[in-house]
Design a protein around this ligand. Structure first.
Ligand code: CP
Length: 303
């Protein structure tokens, strides 16, 4: 099928095709504003967790391709009467041509794909994956730095619950990169993800501090939010909330042509004083996300 559940399903050739189409979408939008690639098609958006970027960029993506959106508001849906995820999916499957789903359960996207006939696109399943974010992160590196191969990528913050990190690290298996990790010990990367990086010889250093030496080597500084809502122990947040803050001082000795990325939303970990630095790529990253989602929808929903 054409479900997008995990980044694991993408081959290097499929990534290249996606990014080629995304670059074409960028040109198309910059030239014409809207295209008619998916005219008459309907995309269902089901967000069972809060979202600003993912929901609105999928909405923008289908509309810029000439299609329309059907949006379910969970708080006002029959989920409140106890309807199962599978039945909710079966319902929307009758009305639209594809479903974008964000849900707090790690196995939700897989369950949804079993229930639906049409394509399911995973927009975040618990702390497991956020595949379209990983794809847009790679596209951002390509567009900003020319190529992903040869880069040193430093992940900072909550590497345990940050699903965007898990998806991006998995995609980086296709590239020749060095990875540096900095997180509080209690929020270090899951052992399976670490083992996969190690087996590929990609893990350069893992630290409970973001050191100046790590910053000096960095081409992409990937900052993440503490996923407070997923912490098992709420007191942990108070303990770590002021650590791993990236600000102007952090970037003082960073390379001139490095970039700072963040999936957003942010809290305290990324100071607004970085926003005016040309190396701050996180707002541009959002726009690249729309082009990648346009490309993905065009490939998944084309009649
Ligand atoms: N990056 C991201 O997934 O943002 P939202 O949670 O706002 O969709």
């Amino acid at each position: 099928g054409k479900d997008v559940i995990s980044v694991k399903q993408f081959s290097k050739e499929e990534l290249h095709l996606l990014f080629t189409v995304a670059a074409e979408m960028r040109l198309g939008v910059e030239r014409d504003g809207c295209l008619d690639t998916l005219k008459g098609r309907v995309l269902c958006l089901m967000f069972f967790e809060p979202s600003t970027r993912t929901s609105s960029s999928f909405d923008a993506a289908i509309k810029r391709l000439g299609g329309q959106t059907l949006m379910i508001n969970e708080a006002h849906s029959s989920t409140q009467k106890g309807e199962s995820l599978a039945d909710t999916i079966r319902t929307l499957d009758q009305y639209g041509d594809a479903i974008v789903l964000r849900h707090p359960d790690n196995d939700s996207a897989g369950r949804a794909a079993k229930a639906a006939h049409g394509p399911i696109i995973n927009a975040g399943n618990g702390s497991r994956e956020h595949p379209t974010q990983g794809l847009l992160d790679l596209f951002t590196m390509r567009e900003e730095l020319g190529t992903v191969n040869g880069l040193t990528i430093t992940f900072v913050g909550d590497l345990k619950y940050g699903r965007t990190v898990h998806s991006l690290v998995e995609l980086l298996r296709h590239y020749n990169v060095q990875i540096q990790l900095a997180s509080p010990a209690a929020l270090s990367i899951p052992s399976k993800v670490r083992a996969s990086m190690q087996s590929r010889g990609q893990l350069a250093i893992e630290s409970d501090r973001l050191t100046p030496e790590m910053i000096a080597k960095t081409d992409v500084l990937y900052v993440t939010r503490l996923q407070k809502e997923r912490f098992e122990d709420p007191s942990l947040y108070e303990e770590v909330k002021d650590t791993f803050v990236v600000d102007g001082k952090t970037l003082k000795d960073a390379k001139a042509n490095m970039i700072v990325m963040h999936p957003l939303p942010r809290n305290l970990e990324l100071s607004e004083e970085v926003d005016d630095d040309p190396r701050a790529a996180y707002f541009r990253q959002m726009r690249y996300g729309m082009f990648v989602r346009m490309a993905l929808l065009a490939l998944v929903m084309a009649p």
